[in-house]
Design a protein around this ligand. Structure first.
Ligand SMILES: C[S@@+](CC[C@H](N)C(=O)[O-])C[C@H]1O[C@@H](n2cnc3c(N)ncnc32)[C@H](O)[C@@H]1O
Length: 390
């Protein structure tokens, strides 16, 4: 068996599978994905044959269930890219006394830490927004890993340096029980542009869906926004428009700070950071470089590194623009997932002996030895419940 195939990974907060897809491309054997959104089941399972999606709340996940998913593989990797909204710059602004301070989603990092503490996987990885490192909950998570004996590497990287046709700064954490680990360096050949990935897609009108690919759907523009985008230049802003098209709020001093909204992307550069609302022309520099519309869901997925035929929704289901925008915009870019996977594979090769001897020593996790309060899951699916109570 190739060394890579002996590495088993469980992907917590797996979403539509961006991270999983990249890890698989690097040769990591992903054995299960967990997310509490049932809508993630289709993209996760349809694009990754044989990998089970478990609809469950990570806060209630029993470590013995995860241990069963790992089986008796030689190297165990636990990935956990928790939701980034509570750690974003926007949330940070409201941290003191505001609602973000009470956001329950913060504690998901503590639950990830709890699973690491109980399972002791060989390698741990997570991805989040750059500002996550400023939060106490992240500092605590990092310290917890160090106390458990992990060598921890954390840095902010721009995914564009790793071949993603999008500028996207993200914090990446890699931790190993078997020596120093870090993300591999970028290769000089990697930069890609918007043109490289979306230029050959069929032309589309705003509000239309392409007949051969439902995901190639662009949202409808109001008459005013349709006029505006025709006056927008790639990389430019609403400052290029004739005065009568400029919104009242942009004429004010405060509005002048947001030149990117209602902008068009440039073909010859990576895209700006996609948000969960990238399909809306007014939500950032998300206008198509040459056509009078915002980018389509498919174009967004390509800019996130997904392959052109990645299926996000079953053919017989309606297309929920908002939910799909969230799934795609929230994904760990596939290119970043692949680089994380390559770095893990390289690390395992370097420390093969240490991984082998630990695998021999590893005790099967007994359900009785684990905290009973986490048994079962309020939102667990049938398969999860069956394995919990096996
Ligand atoms: C940043 S996204 C993950 C992206 C995913 N790793 C990818 O690469 O496509 C965070 C995900 O966490 C999920 N989530 C949020 N709270 C959760 C919870 N308590 N338990 C399980 N999943 C949760 C959301 O539904 C969302 O899909």
């Amino acid at each position: 068996m190739a060394l890579e195939r002996k590495i088993a990974c469980v992907d917590l907060f797996c979403g539509a599978g961006g991270l999983t897809h990249g890890l698989i491309e690097a040769g990591v054997n992903v054995v299960a994905g967990v997310d509490f959104e049932e809508a993630c089941r289709h993209p996760y399972e349809a694009n990754h044959e044989g990998i089970e999606f478990h609809q469950a709340d990570v806060a209630e996940l029993d470590p013995s269930t995860v241990a069963q998913w790992f089986g008796d593989c030689r190297v165990q990797v636990l990935a956990g890219c928790a939701p980034c909204q509570p750690f974003s710059t926007y949330a940070l602004r409201y941290q003191k006394g505001g609602t973000a301070a009470h956001d329950q989603r913060w504690s998901l990092l503590n639950h990830f830490g709890r699973l690491v503490e109980e399972l002791h996987p060989d390698i741990v990885t997570m991805e989040n927004v750059p500002t996550v490192t400023r939060h106490a909950v992240f500092k605590k998570f990092r310290r917890r890993l160090q106390c458990l004996g992990y060598r921890v590497w954390v840095d902010v990287v721009d995914c564009a340096d790793y071949g993603l046709p999008q500028r996207r700064n993200r914090t990446v954490l890699l931790a190993s029980l078997h020596g120093d680990i870090k993300l591999r360096d970028p290769a000089a050949s990697e930069p890609r542009t918007v043109e490289d990935v979306i230029k050959d897609l069929p032309a589309l009108r705003h509000g239309a869906t392409h007949k051969s690919d439902r995901l190639h759907t662009a949202s409808r523009l109001s008459h005013l926004n349709h006029l505006r985008i025709q006056h927008s230049t790639p990389g430019g802003s609403w400052r290029d428009w004739p005065q009568h098209l400029v919104a009242e709020c942009h004429r004010k001093k405060t509005g002048k700070k947001y030149p990117a909204v209602y902008g068009r992307m440039r073909y010859d550069e990576p895209a700006p950071t996609l948000t969960t609302q990238f399909y809306g022309y007014g939500n950032g520099r998300f206008g198509h470089p040459t056509q009078a519309r915002g980018i389509s869901l498919r174009e967004g997925a390509l800019l996130q590194g997904f392959p052109p035929d990645y299926s996000f929704i079953a053919d017989d289901r309606p297309l929920p623009l908002k939910a799909l925008g969230r799934m795609i915009g929230n994904a760990v870019p596939v290119d970043l997932g692949r680089v994380i996977g390559e770095s893990i594979v390289e690390h395992v090769k370097q420390h093969d002996e240490a991984f082998g001897s630990r695998a021999k020593r590893r005790q099967p996790i007994e359900r009785s030895s684990l905290s009973k309060k986490h048994a079962g899951g309020r939102n667990g699916d049938e398969r999860t419940r069956r394995s919990v109570h096996a």
